[in-house]
Design a protein around this ligand. Structure first.
Ligand SMILES: [Zn+2]
Length: 364
């Protein structure tokens, strides 16, 4: 059985959040510091803001994180110590979306997500996944993390080194995919940052707890959250910043959900992503069409769908273009029933997938 994928795969077993963060910080210090250097350039290029200003802005998020998930603030403190950085550097990495749009209205990222019901799979498993698209230079600093963190569920995820979370699933059978969204309400609100909410979802023991991780806090920024569990519950939450009033729900349609970077629900605020990413609705419908081609799908059928090139280079399989230098960083398929992650570095048309079983999957 394949145990490692093509990204650096680290494992940490530590119930103390500070020591957990410190271990991660020491283990991937070079990659976390590498990401700080990349984001210094990105902030300067996109928003003309220097890193000192970014760090000062990041300080405003300490209190909301402390109130929402004190253990995650401790983990960030540990990560800072382990990687010889300041806490503000780590908070800045984890609030990069919020801070970026405090200074500029430019939108850069893309992603295409999906979720499938058991009945849409030949093996009758619950499967979710996505192509995660982002700055090409971040690919070398992207890692797979397995975290054993009693009393919270164990997690496997793929994330940028220094981030608390991105895409993954946990030992309670809860899986998470995400897409960047941007609305007219996004005006540098102080609240709980997007990447902190992602981790709280995967720290949840039940489906309802995972949904409440999104709906209850005062969120700092818009975002799309695909949350599913191994029992077949699937929900998509499209959110603006703020509270419950800015959460919009979607479910499966004929057993399939496809989502990109635009709001699908009617909202009382404006969907700003569409101005910058006009290809987004096409990617959302293309992934759905590709996954509707067979009455029941194999993992290989899903891999083919994630290699789709309609609207190239802004396709589901996203290739770097000269302006934003965005590409698919990783293509991730998560089987929540058998607790496996099938993953390929992007662009996925050029790379093969590797299936990884986390230790908590084999322990069952
Ligand atoms: Zn491709």
């Amino acid at each position: 059985m394949q145990k490692e994928a093509s990204f650096l795969h680290i494992k940490v077993q530590e119930s103390d959040p500070f020591r957990r963060g410190q271990y991660i910080g020491e283990r991937v210090s070079d990659k976390i510091n590498g990401n700080v250097e990349i984001y210094k350039k990105v902030f300067m290029e996109y928003a003309n803001v220097d890193w000192d200003t970014v760090r000062k802005t990041a300080l405003q998020y300490v209190e909301p994180i402390q109130n929402y998930a004190p253990e995650l603030l401790e983990e960030l403190k540990g990560m800072a110590k382990g990687s010889d950085l300041d806490l503000t550097d780590l908070i800045a990495l984890n609030t990069r979306s919020e801070i970026m749009y405090a200074y500029t209205q430019r939108v850069i990222p893309e992603c295409t997500s999906f979720a499938l019901s058991k009945n849409n799979m030949k093996n009758q498993h619950v499967v979710i996944g996505q192509n995660w698209d982002w700055k090409t230079e971040v690919k070398g600093n992207t890692i797979i993390m397995e975290i054993e963190q009693s009393p919270y569920p164990s997690i496997i995820m793929i994330a940028e080194a220094g981030h608390l979370c991105k895409v993954g699933f946990n030992s309670a059978g809860i899986g998470l995919c995400t897409n960047m969204l941007f609305s007219s309400l996004d005006k540098a609100e102080i609240g709980v940052p997007f990447h902190v909410i992602l981790r709280k979802i995967l720290n949840s023991s039940t489906f309802n707890e995972a949904v409440r991780a999104v709906t209850l806090p005062h969120r700092a920024f818009s975002g799309n959250y695909v949350i599913a569990n191994d029992k077949g519950n699937v929900i998509n939450l499209e959110t603006g910043p703020g509270g419950k009033e800015n959460v919009h729900f979607l479910g499966l349609d004929e057993g399939i959900l496809g989502h990109a970077n635009n709001f699908i629900n009617e909202t009382h605020f404006q969907d700003k992503t569409l101005e910058f990413l006009p290809d987004s609705p096409a990617r959302a419908s293309n992934i759905k069409n590709e996954l509707s081609k067979f009455p029941q799908l194999s993992i290989e059928n899903i891999q083919d769908a994630l290699r789709n090139h309609i609207n190239f280079p802004n396709s589901i399989c996203c290739h770097e273009e000269p302006v934003n230098k965005i590409q698919t960083i990783a293509s991730v398929i998560m089987d929540l029933t058998e607790k496996s992650m099938t993953i390929a570095p992007g662009p996925v048309c050029q790379n093969s997938f590797t299936k990884v079983f986390p230790d908590f999957s084999q322990a069952e």
